[in-house]
Write a protein that binds this ligand. Structure first.
Ligand SMILES: Nc1nc2c(ncn2[C@@H]2O[C@H](COP(=O)(O)OP(=O)(O)O)[C@@H](O)[C@H]2O)c(=O)[nH]1
Ligand SMILES: [Mg+2]
Length: 319
């Protein structure tokens, strides 16, 4: 396929699967045309509703996403799924597992599923994911589901880009709320207690409510708690309703647009950072230059302040 950026963008706006897939690859490879594409597509974005799904590995995020997707498809909503998982099994064997599980949707052109490769440095994953989400938005997906393991800051940054954040918990396995990452507690708009077919669901729910009562309601919203058994499709309608309620609340209270401004503020800073880094340390000698300067500083032959000034000056910035 040898398309001009204009034709490529037009195909994406049409929801053409191959054009979308190619664009994701371009984004992942940091290819120059991805920026040109996203510039053209940007005015057509902002329509999709983004739901982030996070929680420890094995809590059933993929299963939930799959069931939610099926729920939305029944309502004729087009769905995009972006699965991010920094652990290696996901980008190897588990991708296959996901594909198999998602096979129920094979042949349904209203659903697009992509597992993200976790490569790149300097927080590249959050950026890549955000760009892929823009792309799916432009391609006409109504609902975009973003799955990520809730382990680190990067993952938290990823779900932050969502309009609604689901935090998935499961009973048992010593998986006490007390051990839960504080960061996760703060970002959940809806808490999903999955695997409620297991023992300990009631105890977990009690713990969660106790914990939530201590957390200040964020933007006037008290997080909803929904019980599910994803494998049996139980609680999925209730979950979709909870997401919808949150959406209505957020849209009517003006919080959604405030969240979007906050999001773009962070993104602009990130983009600026990465552009500056690219200017200063990009290119094929960047890594070597950094290594050499770092060694000089570590050996106390130069102070770090002078090292940074030197880098800035060498890239044409006045210090
Ligand atoms: N018993 C039970 N198992 C579930 C439930 N939801 C998912 N599972 C299983 O838990 C395992 C991990 O699910 P997966 O969706 O891959 O979790 P993820 O790592 O969070 O994406 C799989 O074997 C699922 O079949 C549930 O509600 N009950
Ligand atoms: Mg998964």
């Amino acid at each position: 396929m040898n398309l001009s950026v204009d034709d490529w963008a037009a195909k994406i706006l049409d929801g053409d699967v191959r054009a979308v897939s190619r664009a994701i690859t371009a984004i992942e490879n940091h290819a120059t045309e991805s920026e040109a594409l996203l510039r053209q597509l940007f005015p057509h974005t902002g329509q999709a509703y983004l739901t982030g799904v996070t929680g420890a590995p094995g809590t059933g995020k993929s299963t939930l996403v799959d069931r939610l997707a099926a729920h939305y498809r029944k309502q004729e909503e087009r769905v995009g799924i972006v699965a991010v998982d920094p652990t290696s099994p996901y980008s190897g064997g588990a991708i296959l597992g996901d594909r198999i599980r998602m096979q129920g949707h094979a042949g349904d052109s209203g659903i697009f599923i992509r597992s993200m490769a976790t490569r790149g440095f300097l927080g590249g994953l959050a950026r890549t994911t955000a760009e892929v989400v823009l792309l799916l938005d432009a391609a006409g997906k109504h609902q975009i589901l973003i799955e990520t393991v809730g382990v680190g800051q990067d993952e938290i940054d990823i779900v932050r880009l969502a309009d609604c954040v689901l935090v998935v918990l499961v009973p048992g396995l010593g998986d006490d709320i007390q051990n839960m990452k504080a960061g996760l507690m703060e970002i959940g708009d809806v808490f999903v207690l999955n695997k409620c077919d297991r023992e300990g669901a009631v105890r977990l729910e009690e713990q969660l409510h106790a914990m939530l009562s201590l957390v200040m309601p964020r933007d006037g919203w008290h997080p909803t708690v929904v019980r599910t058994v994803a494998t049996e499709n139980r609680g999925i309608d209730e979950l979709a309703t909870a997401i919808e309620r949150f959406r209505k609340y957020f849209e009517s209270s003006g919080q959604r647009s405030r969240r979007h401004v906050e999001h773009w503020k962070n993104r602009l800073v990130e983009m600026l950072e990465s552009r500056l880094l690219e200017k200063v340390l990009g290119g094929k000698n960047g890594e070597a230059k950094l290594q050499e300067l770092a060694a000089t500083v570590a050996a106390r032959k130069k102070d770090p302040f002078s090292a940074v000034s030197e880098l800035l000056k060498s890239s044409g910035f006045d210090d």
